[in-house]
Design a protein around this ligand. Structure first.
Ligand code: EPZ
Length: 429
């Protein structure tokens, strides 16, 4: 079994370069299916969710090659209208983007209901609502979403009842080929929404207003292969800010867009962390005790839910009691049980966690239950006294490129080991 073994208590020093944004590339890869042509996508993070997407595209007949370690070419000219492999689709949340892409390309789609991190209820009613406005008939049978356009794509006015990243991207993918003007109201505004819209426009689409809550899309009859570079990952950068905030030290985070990080840096500054803006880099210094604070996760530009577990790990070590309110997901505190194994004092009541500070955490055998929970446990292990052994690391590798190597470059004592299930660095009994 693959595990991370972390010997904590070491401050982090040095610089780290942020990779392309996971939640942007997972929407951009399926967008390449809209055109009979070649798309070139740069700054692609080498994460397992990208590998899974490429396996799905390959299954559908797209031709894929990396022309260098982070530049991907996708040729969808010979895409086949077949049902993607059910098991592949279930492994990833973003697989539902195939519905929008295949509706836009072929006018129909048969796609397995998505999987992804277990964060509580993850419906797709807003996606369905948007597709229906565009003329689609949607039917879910035996775990498969059947989408068709009996009278073809039409433009329309979509008002999302909830702000949804996935639904905003998915309906945008279908709408770029719908004749006329489609308006998406109450759209999500995350940086990765803007990135997908910019990629679509590089292919000849006409998408305006991405990054605001009203997106206007004029359908185009023809699109071509685009060339685009993925934005840096705001959550990966935030994860490194949280790591040095927990361990202490002084690191520089290269290849970032400061504007995308404002909601994160503002909160850590409040916690007493020194953050120096250096254009496309940030210097993060934590040389004073962490100040307690309250956090409420909100859609962009609020504090991102995908940073909630990571900041919780840091607040375990603050100078008082902090309160975290999770307003996006029903069940995003499952990692708390694992932090308690390390000595954290956290009470969870529904969507609220009350964190009482402790002088230190203690290393322990813990297990990651999802991607960001895994990141939080790495952060806790880096700050804890003694060794931490982390399993479930496949979750982490879905969304972080070379996390262990990047942390080792910053002086962390973290290694990847592959041991039989029974072996452990902890002797029990
Ligand atoms: C995306 O998930 C991200 N995943 C998530 O990141 C992120 O937590 C989330 O957006 C919110 O920012 C990817 O981009 C691949 P939503 P998504 O649709 O699109 C409800 C990570 O760690 N909702 O914005 O699935 C939903 O239940 C992952 O990188 C409906 O009710 O999230 C949730 O409460 C985890 N009906 C809220 O809206 C719908 O049709 C936000 O969901 C769709 C969503």
């Amino acid at each position: 079994m693959i595990k991370y073994v972390i010997n904590g208590g070491k401050p982090l020093y040095g610089s780290v370069t942020i990779s392309g944004a996971k939640n942007a590339v997972l929407g951009i890869i399926p967008a390449a299916l809209l055109v009979e042509g070649v798309c070139r996508i740069e700054n692609v993070p080498r994460i397992s969710d990208v590998s899974l997407w490429l396996d799905i595209l390959n299954f559908l007949g797209a031709k894929i090659r990396f022309i260098n370690p982070t530049t991907l070419e996708i040729d969808s000219t010979s895409l086949r209208q077949v049902e993607p492999n059910y098991d592949m689709m279930r492994k990833m949340r973003a697989s539902y983007y195939l519905i929008g892409a295949l509706l836009g390309r072929f006018g129909s789609a048969r796609v397995a209901m998505p999987g992804g991190c277990d964060l509580g209820d993850r419906p797709i009613d807003q996606h369905v609502k948007g597709f229906q406005v565009l003329g689609a008939e949607i039917d879910v049978r035996s775990g498969i979403v059947h989408a068709s356009l009996p009278s073809g794509l039409r433009s329309g006015h979509v008002y999302f009842d909830k702000v949804s990243v996935g639904a905003t991207i998915n309906v945008m993918l279908a709408a770029v080929r719908a004749p006329g003007l489609t308006v998406l109201e109450n759209a999500a505004k995350e940086p990765h929404i803007v990135d997908v819209a910019n990629f679509l426009n590089s292919m000849g689409a006409d998408v305006r207003g991405a990054g605001t809550d009203v997106i206007k899309i004029r359908g185009v009859p023809k699109m071509r292969g685009g060339i685009y570079s993925i934005i840096p990952d705001q959550i990966e950068a935030g994860t490194f800010i949280a790591a040095v905030s927990a361990t202490g030290g002084d690191i520089t985070i290269d290849n970032i867009i400061p504007k995308h990080l404002e909601c994160i840096t503002a909160k850590f500054t409040e916690m007493g962390v020194t953050i120096i803006d250096k254009d496309d880099a940030l210097q993060i210094i934590r040389d004073k005790p962490i100040i307690r604070t309250n956090v409420k996760t909100l859609p962009y530009p609020g504090f991102p839910t995908d940073m909630q577990p990571q900041i919780a790990a840091v607040l375990c070590l603050a100078n008082g009691t902090s309160v975290i309110t999770e307003s996006i997901w029903d069940n995003r505190f499952r990692y708390v049980d694992e932090l308690r194994r390390m000595g954290a004092q956290i009470q969870v009541d529904g969507k609220t966690a009350v964190i009482d500070a402790v002088p230190s955490l203690t290393g322990a055998p813990v297990c990651a239950c999802d991607l960001r929970a895994g990141a939080a446990l790495v952060i806790a292990g880096l700050a804890a006294k003694g060794p931490t052994e982390l399993t479930g690391v496949h979750h982490i590798e879905r969304g972080y490129e070379n996390l262990v190597e990047k942390l080792r470059m910053l002086g962390a004592d973290i290694s990847v080991i592959d041991t039989p299930d029974t072996e452990s660095v902890f002797r029990v009994g």
